[in-house]
Design a protein around this ligand. Structure first.
Ligand code: SF4
Length: 464
């Protein structure tokens, strides 16, 4: 899939570690796919918190000198793509504040559905906000809390917000990891010697050599204290788990374990299930790289249609390439993908992708394949039709921009000019889960079954 959805956010935290900021930098580097707009780290050194954050990629934001200015034995970090709030440095995370509880910084993955409402209430009693990120609302609630300990203040604040939050907090002597009671977004825990680490995905642990221990459970709070000891609690009212199935389908890196499933194995099963549900005669199975690759292998294995890299992705496309003045057809897609004409010429191509959002990219890819000599192009999607926007931390387009919200599959097929188009069924997608309970998953963007209500039908109403 080619940036049809924007990514969301990634968080990391570690304590105690003598190179906490460096470990956090590496953790964020592994989580870069979850957000490319800004990156930041807050480190705690002898009770004093220091922050460095900027717009840009992790490797550009942190030089050796910048990391050297983040001493201490504990740190948290964040990579961001804005799901609520604009793309501005003011919205970059972690957000560090100083209040009557002392210094506290927070890194948040997710989206709060009642942030606007809480913010208006707080502004009504004098709060001044520095950003338009929903995350700042939580820090204001912590600052307002009269509770004695920082942990109690965090619990009181989080009890007033609704929606998705997998977050890490750092104080002068504690590291706190919390996942909302529905557990929409992932959060995992690992160990590295005496150190305890938290991350959005296990790939962050692989890079720093930490052992993956387990997930932070939905509704769980884990506190690592000044002695490096950890304590788990369940301070929130229990609610049904609703882990994001789309993490498995697209967002998460395939080399990790998420919600108890190997993402790679799940994607391969999705491809095989598609082959079972929607067979077609073709000469080759071609993935839309990169995220369609594993599912295409699954489709190929089950259907016995040979797999081929018929589309090659340019991995080095920067954000600053110069678009030529002379118009080139399908330039945007061509910059990223190129069909291998020698492979596809005269062939019936079965194209596998993980989602179809507006339909414009698929239409261009199919045109490119035909121009490259493919005689037929059949499209298979490893997700059900995306009919609804996400309000829980994935930056999907608004409902009217989602082609499947207003068009039948046949209408979409005609629009993208495919010879056939099939999506995996909702049940088929759930049946591919092997190690986790399908009832514990959110699939609202496919089914419209939102577990938490939101203010209005329009996605823009989520912006605070
Ligand atoms: S609505 Fe879709 S993208 Fe959002 S949390 Fe649910 S499954 Fe994930």
């Amino acid at each position: 899939m080619l940036d049809k959805f924007k990514d969301e956010c990634g968080v990391f935290g570690i304590k105690p570690h003598h190179e906490a900021a460096n470990m956090t930098y590496l953790g964020l580097y592994a989580l870069q796919h979850r957000g490319q707009e800004s990156a930041g780290i807050v480190a705690s050194d002898h009770g004093y918190l220091t922050c460095h954050k900027q717009m840009g990629l992790v490797a550009d934001v942190f030089s050796e000198e910048a990391l050297a200015r983040l001493p201490g034995d504990a740190a948290i970090g964040h990579v961001r793509y804005s799901t609520a709030g604009a793309s501005l440095l003011a919205n970059a995370q972690p957000i560090l504040i100083n209040c009557h509880h002392g210094q506290i910084a927070m890194a948040h993955n997710g989206n709060l559905v009642n942030a606007g409402e809480v913010r208006r209430r707080l502004e009504g009693i004098g709060s001044i906000f520095n950003s338009n990120s929903d995350t700042e609302v939580i820090l204001h609630l912590i600052a307002k809390s009269k509770k004695k300990t920082i942990e109690e203040a965090v619990i009181e604040a989080l009890s007033q917000v609704k929606g998705a939050y997998s977050c890490v907090f750092i104080t002068k002597d504690k590291l706190i990891a919390v996942r909302d009671p529905h557990g929409f977004r992932p959060l995992v825990m690992g160990t590295l010697g005496e150190s305890i680490a938290f991350a959005s995905e296990t790939c962050a642990f692989d890079l720093i050599g930490a052992n993956y221990e387990r997930e932070i459970e939905p509704g769980e709070m884990m506190v690592v204290n000044e002695l490096g000891m950890r304590r788990s609690s369940r301070p929130f009212k229990e609610k049904p788990a609703r882990q994001c199935i789309f993490e498995h389908i697209y967002f998460a890196r395939p080399d990790g374990i998420m919600f108890g499933e190997s993402t790679l194995a799940y994607r391969e099963r999705l491809g095989a299930k598609l082959a079972e549900e929607s067979p077609v005669e073709a000469d080759m199975v071609v993935p839309v790289p990169d995220s369609g690759v594993t599912a295409a292998i699954g489709y190929s294995n089950l259907s016995k249609i040979p797999f081929a890299f018929g589309l090659i992705r340019n991995h080095y496309v920067g954000r600053t390439f110069i678009e030529p003045k002379q118009s080139i057809r399908h330039f945007g897609v061509k910059v990223k993908l190129n069909p291998v004409k020698s492979l596809i010429k005269g062939k019936r191509v079965l194209l596998v992708d993980d989602s179809l959002v507006r339909g414009t990219t698929s239409r261009k890819i199919i045109k490119m394949l035909r121009a490259g000599g493919a005689t037929e192009v059949h499209m298979r999607i490893t997700a059900p039709p995306t009919t609804h926007p996400c309000f829980y931390g994935i930056n999907t387009p608004t409902r009217k921009e989602l082609i499947a919200s207003s068009h039948t599959v046949e209408e979409i097929r005609k629009y993208i000019e495919a010879d056939s188009l099939e999506y995996i069924s909702l049940q088929g997608m759930l049946d591919c889960l092997e190690n986790s309970n399908p009832d514990n998953y959110c699939h609202a963007c496919f089914s419209g079954e939102y577990i938490i209500g939101f203010p209005g039908q329009d996605k823009e109403s989520m912006e605070v």
